[in-house]
Design a protein around this ligand. Structure first.
Ligand code: ZN
Length: 562
């Protein structure tokens, strides 16, 4: 209402001024009128950053070594929400990115894992696989991707619906981490092609790479990034794990004989190099430079309508799986990522303008320390060796029912063979399997689809239910004990490296930071859930809540100077 009164007043004054033939003032007033009506007090650009596998405590572990304009800029000059957790399982990359950007859980957005057994197709699918599209910039299968499995709208979708002039671009090394944040109708989503070392897209988005992408590749930038040897960035005294570089808990990569610095992959064949490159911190720099090229090429943050750039750093996860959180490699990875962020923020200051943009940073999940490391240090943890457990379960099924009723076990889900679904003995089979699996000492709890459909109150059951989709999940889902990881077989390799996916705090507690236009520096300890980030961004962007959003706004962010 007030806006209309102001508009009306503007018009009256405008007429008078026009009458006075003072065109200059009239034009200036018209411009203010336009900006007020275009999008009230919104930033020119929002940059959503996901750091794949970043644990909450990394902010503090590495704080003394961070420069003042990377992570520290967000922590010290932005709003820091220190108590945000994932509120569902499984805590994987696909579900994490979908939940951050839709403001709802896998039960609603349908991205229940990175890969799952898709019964309608009778095979395993990746969450962004799409056989109806082709790669653009590549002929490899890496390009056959789209967000078609994503059942809910993202805040980026909603921004495009509300303000057609808004531009949305998503970039990442991982396909799913570029695709899911950018939503269904972005101006572009670009991810890394393991067969060429270049960023590519698919025909879901466009039929040709834009000119700025071709421009980016005129100087053959891949060789510049991949041609470097990974050494420590700082003096060894800056690192807590300087003396434990040769750790028994780390995976050997790129044909190395010890998991130690330096990491020199420059002599590998290109096909091998395209793979090993994504574990190196230089891949973060490559992605940052590509994101900046996208910003420039697409003209993001250049007009009165808010644009949205999503960046997801995959390399910290790829390296994190190999080395584990308590490693020299991860320390150095974050010291270097800090420099990439500093460069990104300085470019945003220069290109979009200080105070003209909003950044948020979070993670798609965190990670458990290497379970073997935990047990060696008398901490709870261990492994579930799935091959032998599965064999045992199938044998029990045959002994009881004279037939193996299990189709497959995937992502801690048990899928019954199709012929038993809806059959008179389905409930009996499920009850039997639940009883047998709950006897496994590595398992904390096992839930049936009926329990998950019954709006459970139990903390763990509720988290599993929030990640359950009736078409894509199995008939039973089990949860491992704290500190446990599933592995196929017990061999030397199984005890190295780590992963994530659980309902426990080492996987669910992640950083959440907001910085930029209108945001006051503050630390907030109110507990929030990961789905609340998008619900908060709704009010930064002045958009409708996306269709399946259940998150609530983190109201502290909207505190204004008195
Ligand atoms: Zn991972």
């Amino acid at each position: 209402m007030t806006k209309f009164v102001i508009s009306w007043l503007h018009s009256v004054v405008l007429l008078k001024i026009v009458h006075m033939k003072n065109w200059l003032i009239a034009v200036a007033l018209l411009l203010t009128l336009f900006t007020v009506n275009a999008q009230k007090e919104t930033p020119k650009l929002v940059v959503g950053i996901v750091v794949d596998q970043m644990c909450y405590d990394y902010l503090y572990r590495f704080y003394p070594q961070f420069g003042k304009d990377g992570f520290k800029r967000l922590m010290d000059k932005g709003a820091h929400f220190r108590n945000v957790n994932y509120n569902y399982v499984p805590t994987y990359t696909g579900p994490g990115h979908a939940s951050v950007y839709t403001g709802t859980m896998p039960a609603n957005h349908g991205i229940i894992a990175n890969d799952w057994y898709h019964r309608p197709y009778g095979k395993e699918v990746n969450c962004v696989d799409d056989t109806t599209v082709n790669g653009v910039g590549t002929t490899s299968v890496d390009g056959m991707c789209s967000p078609h499995f994503l059942r809910a709208n993202t805040i980026t979708d909603q921004l495009k619906l509300t303000y057609p002039g808004a531009k949305v671009v998503g970039v990442s090394i991982k396909d799913r981490s570029a695709i899911l944040p950018a939503g269904h109708m972005p101006d572009g989503a670009y991810w890394y092609d393991y067969s060429s070392g270049k960023f590519i897209t698919s025909t879901w988005y466009k039929n040709e790479l834009p000119q700025w992408v071709n421009q980016f590749y005129t100087s053959n930038p891949f060789d510049r990034y991949a041609g470097q040897v990974w050494n420590l960035l700082k003096d060894s005294s800056a690192y807590a794990y300087a003396k434990q570089d040769n750790s028994p808990y780390e995976v050997l990569i790129g044909g190395k004989s010890a998991p130690t610095f330096p990491y020199d992959f420059t002599k590998l064949q290109p096909t091998q190099q395209y793979n090993t490159f994504t574990v190196l911190p230089f891949a973060n720099t490559y992605l940052t430079d590509f994101a900046l090229a996208a910003m420039e090429g697409e003209g993001l943050g250049k007009d009165g309508v808010t644009d949205f750039l999503t960046i997801s750093y995959s390399t910290p996860d790829i390296a994190g799986h190999a080395f584990g959180p308590y490693s020299l490699e991860i320390e150095d990875m974050y010291f270097r990522l800090d420099q990439d962020l500093e460069n990104l923020f300085k470019q945003l200051d220069a290109k979009v303008g200080k105070g003209q943009y909003v950044v948020f940073l979070t993670a798609d999940h965190a990670v458990v320390p290497v379970p073997q490391f935990l047990t060696d240090h008398h901490l709870p943890g261990g492994y579930l060796f799935l091959d032998s457990r599965e064999q045992e379960l199938r044998a029990q099924s045959i002994a009881e029912f004279q037939v193996d009723v299990i189709d497959r076990i995937d992502n801690d889900n048990v899928y019954l063979k199709k012929e038993y679904l809806g059959s008179p003995i389905e409930d009996q089979l499920i009850a039997f399997l639940q009883k047998r699996i709950s006897e496994w000492p590595e398992v904390k709890a096992v839930f049936t689809k009926d329990q998950l459909n019954a709006s459970p109150n139990d903390t763990w059951c509720k988290m599993v239910a929030a990640g359950y989709d009736k078409e894509r999940n199995g008939e039973l889902i089990f949860l491992l004990q704290p500190g446990y990881l599933p592995k196929s077989t017990d061999n030397e390799a199984a005890h190295k490296g780590t992963s994530h996916g659980s309902a426990f705090n080492y996987d669910t507690h992640v950083p959440v930071l907001f910085y930029g236009k209108g945001i006051l520096p503050q630390e907030v300890f109110t507990p929030y859930e990961i789905v609340d980030i998008a619900a908060t961004m709704v009010h930064v962007l002045n958009i409708q809540r996306p269709n399946a959003m259940v998150g609530k706004p983190m109201v502290e962010l909207f505190k204004r100077k008195k």
